[in-house]
Write a protein that binds this ligand. Sequence first.
Ligand code: PMP
Length: 438
Amino acid sequence: MTSSGKKSYLFYQTRRRRPMLDQARDVYMWDVDGKRYLDGSSGAMVCNIGHSNPHVLEAMRRQMEKSTFGYRLHFETEPAERLAEKTASLTPAGLDKVFFVSGGSEAVESAIKLARQHAVAVGEAQRWKVISRQPSYHGCTLGALALTGYAPLTAPFDAMMRPMPKIPAPRAYLDGLDPDDEATGHRYADMLEARIVEEGPETVLAFINEPVGGASTGALVPPVGYMQRIREICDRYGVLLIHDEVMTGGGRTGRFFGADHWGVAPDIIAISKGFAAGYAPLGAMVAHERIVDPVLDAGGFLHGFTYAGNPLACAAGLAVIEEIETKGMMENAIRVGDVLKSRLSALMQRYPIVGDVRGKGLMLAFELVANRETMQPLPKELGAFDRLVEIAYDNGLIIYSRRTRGGYEGDHFMVCPPMIATEDHVEEIMDGLTRSLD
Ligand code: PMP
């Protein structure tokens, strides 16, 4: 049934119905009954620059009147060339080969297939293992899913995927460690080294991680020293470093790429969501030339998606980046993000069940717990995860939630409005949240 009671011919993950969207503008969305919602999650952290941005709509309209699709093996297009150049200019030196895709899973899938083809091209065909973190989310295609540390999603497909090694995500707040102490960062990073050695370094192809953890860990900021140490370890063993910036990329944390906060350059970056910010399905894999060149020299990259790099999506992506830069949205994400984070932290005084508040820029989250001392999660039967989201909906506020702790227990909620949010919007979000938590 649709929300209006008619039979629906659509299906997604569950039978649960949602209100029917009518229109959206800036940080607000309206359903067909005229009810207004504050988009406190930017979709699934997609609509970073807000809805119905006139500059982007105009750029898309102009491109639509020229051409909407050109198959990449038949034509090059100007929007794709220009967006690739712009993207390369935003990445660390050398990462200037851009491969377009239409979403986050495709970007991750492309990254691991490029890494693998590079190993084969340089005579290291025994390298195939991609180490990732537990918990993590890297996508739903079988390659990206094999890297995903989230058992409820992966278990049914285990028989179809080659198992990939996992190391613990650096959740210092759960392990009672100080995230501001470099020893903590090194302790978690050294787990990567131990795992590479255990697996046999000659078999390890790559390590993938999200610079700031997304849906699986709820805006998890790595401890001091972690990112740099991971880079050193990868270099020591000839393991490629892949940053999954599908959620963090596009300015959300206050820098265009999340890893820019630590000045660490990976070998390959996967980006999507905020790249075209919901205006078109778009993603990219950006790789260092030294990874791409041997693959192309050896006969070509055996991979590609039909819709990749279509001019309409690329025109949208280019206009999105222009808006982020000219409107100072990353600076706003830091400024308003700081205000929102301190207001969220204040919830801990009022509600003992708020166990942790974390994040960077406008990628923020809070976690509900039964006991703040032990960080024991709320009982699953309580269904706090679904209930808080539902109540917030009733209060006209959309937040993004996930069960954490490996997917079995614990509840965190991401609060990440578009990067155009103001302090007034922060007040509105806090009002909706406190009413919901009450
Ligand atoms: N990687 C990360 C970090 C993500 O957050 C997501 C989506 N939540 C993906 C990959 C997969 O992206 P998509 O859903 O666009 O395929």
